[in-house]
Design a protein around this ligand. Structure first.
Ligand code: NAI
Ligand code: MG
Length: 364
């Protein structure tokens, strides 16, 4: 290609679902930095389509997603999600009306949750510095304790019975293990820790252990170890440096990743990627925090988890450089002490967002 001919800019169609509470603030912030990133780099563009699927809308019209909602999402290259949940709607209704159906219908069987201490931020763990806590939690995202199996009978009577069935399949375990081993292999330490509870849960968790060691034979260059989930919480707090990549079930990893976020400074910084590794369907990117009703509407939510999630989306779309620039910009801003209150700073959402945008311009 002659040098004067510009490479044709790739346009990515992104479905945005801001949802509830601070989900709206941080999604707007993420769109602002993504637009800044594309207008600065000029090698790709975003076409955002925003869907007003939220608890507020549900209270007004009785539904979260229209009947063809999932089909609409499938036409996009990726999905950016804020948060769902609001006090006026029971949480199991909001979760099972929006985010869980999307993860399941779009085959997003992997949830990747990286955590580390960003420059200029502090872990609540004494003596734990930047670099001392750098983990990737690989969460099984389609089955286990959140499989949706179970039911309630005799509701309202004394003999009411409710079951919540944890479902673990060989296929489901094997595919998450392969993804976790690949993730561990791609990181410098090549270290993978399996988390289960196979002493007390003697069926599903024992199958997890078994499949883990079978798959491990294909990854002899990856160092492995195994923890029970309760002991894992202790190790995360007392020996954070001893961990690198972690694989766990839907429920266990959900809990451990909130702990991981808190240990690295705040739940407000942690990202997540809901991936369909087959790439048949769009993947979905969202910070791990919820709608935070206690700070909603105040303009003080930390947008860093939203930016990091956006960077993961950009990386998944194949734009490595864009993802690196965005993360560099975020970390340059935190390094200068430009932080929201949850990180001990004094800035609001808008101030942090604007500085990340300025930083992107400086970096390119
Ligand atoms: P939460 O993550 O919304 O809030 C927990 C605490 O962390 C609150 O004190 C909040 O102010 C703070 N926090 C969270 N994100 C923050 C940010 N970006 N900046 C500064 N502080 C932040 O969890 P909670 O309170 O358990 O749930 C609230 C609602 O969100 C519920 O309806 C719940 O079901 C829903 N939820 C939704 C999720 C999702 O959409 N993926 C995930 C977790 C909860
Ligand atoms: Mg959670």
């Amino acid at each position: 290609m002659p040098s004067h001919v510009h490479e044709v800019s790739r346009i990515y169609n992104i479905a945005c679902i801001p949802g509830d509470g601070i989900g709206v603030d941080i999604t707007n912030a993420a769109i602002q930095v993504l637009n800044k990133l594309s207008s600065t780099l000029k090698t790709f563009e975003f076409d955002f389509k925003t869907y007003d699927w939220s608890s507020k809308a549900y209270l007004e019209r009785g539904w979260y997603m229209p009947p063809d909602g999932l089909a609409q999402l499938k036409t996009h290259d990726a999905i950016y999600f804020g948060a769902v949940g609001w006090p006026a709607v029971p949480d199991h209704i909001s979760l099972w009306s929006l985010i869980l159906p999307i993860r399941k219908a779009l085959n997003q069987y992997v949830n990747v949750r990286p955590t580390r201490i960003l420059q200029g931020t502090k872990s609540p763990l004494e003596g734990c510095q930047v670099g001392d806590l750098d983990w990737v939690i690989v969460r099984e995202n389609s089955e286990g304790e959140y499989s949706g199996q179970g039911g309630t009978s005799h509701e309202g009577f004394e003999n009411a019975v409710a079951t919540e069935v944890a479902v673990f399949t060989q296929v489901g375990i094997e595919r998450i293990m392969r993804f976790a081993f690949e993730t561990a292999r791609a990181r410098p330490r090549r270290k993978l820790t399996l988390v289960t509870k196979s002493n007390a849960q003697r069926h599903g968790m024992v199958l997890w252990d078994k499949v883990f060691y079978e798959v491990a034979k294909e990854y002899e260059d990856v160092e492995t170890d195994k923890m029970l989930v309760d002991a894992m919480t202790v190790r995360m707090v007392l020996h954070p440096k001893s961990l690198d990549t972690i694989v766990a079930t839907n429920l266990h990893a959900d809990i451990l990743s909130d702990l991981a976020a808190a240990l690295s400074g705040s739940i407000g910084i942690a990202p997540s990627s809901n991936l369909d590794p087959t790439r048949k369907f769009p993947s979905m990117f969202e910070p791990i925090h919820g709608s935070a009703p206690d700070i909603a509407g105040k303009g003080i939510a930390n947008p860093v988890g939203a930016f990091w999630s956006a960077a993961e989306m950009v990386r998944w779309l194949g734009q490595e450089k864009g993802a690196d620039v965005l993360m560099r910009a975020v970390e340059n801003v935190t390094a200068r002490g430009f932080k929201t209150r949850d990180l001990g700073g004094e800035r609001n959402t808008k101030e942090v967002t604007d500085s990340v945008c300025e930083e992107i311009e400086k970096l390119v």
